[in-house]
Design a protein around this ligand. Structure first.
Ligand code: GSH
Length: 212
């Protein structure tokens, strides 16, 4: 398998965690978002929207981190990241989609770039936008986590898709200077996860394209 990824991309980080938790080897292909490599024509043939990650497995090429993880879970079921049990599955998806559908799309690079380049929003206001939507999403997630089985991970004793999404979102929020002190559950899960070998392997600083 081949993963097109950028070290700091939270969506690439989601898939890297899933691959590491499943112990699946892959080749890393760096797509430098800082210089716009995601917009190049040959890359758009793989990712029509012009985003990372892209997973290539044999002749199959897939975009969208949640779809990729769902594919990996079906094709390489050890260890399962999206539970079978209907309610637990829905709860895990609830956390994942709150991040992937409510927070991430409006705090993504091209949205922030549009705010500053097209609408003339200054850096302070752009950062306020970012922090506002992250804060609102994390307030919801802190409450949603209380509905899941207690444990060191989002859904109890085993990592799931919810952790694959939560850890990169928290890492980004920390990098952007968000105040997370009101989210003790989220922080406890984050601290636990980042100490696990698979999460260390998937972290931005462990990637070959990492820039300090
Ligand atoms: N919904 C997509 C979002 C992917 C996405 O937006 N990735 C970001 C990096 S985290 C990206 O490539 N952004 C490039 C851009 O906005 O130009 C997924 O989950 O894979």
């Amino acid at each position: 398998m081949k993963l097109y990824s950028f070290f700091n991309s939270s969506t690439s980080y989601r898939v890297r965690i899933a691959l590491a938790l499943k112990g699946l080897p892959y080749d890393h292909v760096a797509v430098n978002l800082r210089v716009g490599e995601q917009g190049k024509e040959d890359y758009r043939a793989l990712s029509p929207v012009g985003i990372v990650p892209v997973l290539v497995d044999g002749d199959t090429s897939l975009t969208q981190s949640l779809a990729i993880i769902d594919y990996l879970d079906g094709r390489y079921p050890e260890a399962r990241l999206i539970p079978d049990q209907p309610l637990l599955r829905a709860r895990v998806l609830e956390i994942a989609q709150t991040i992937a559908c409510e927070i991430h799309p409006i705090t993504n690079i091209r949205v922030l770039k549009y705010l500053s380049v097209e609408l003339g929003v200054n850096d302070d206001d752009k950062n306020a936008w970012y922090r506002h939507w992250v804060d609102e999403g994390l307030v919801a997630i802190e409450q949603l986590l209380a509905r899941l089985p207690a444990g060191p991970f989002c859904a109890g004793d085993q990592p799931t898709l919810a952790d694959c999404c939560l850890v990169p979102q928290v890492a980004n929020a920390m990098r952007m200077g968000c105040d997370l002190t009101r989210f003790p559950r989220i922080l406890a899960i984050y601290e636990h996860c980042i100490a696990q070998p698979a999460f260390i392997q998937a972290a931005p600083a462990s990637q070959p394209d990492y820039i300090a």
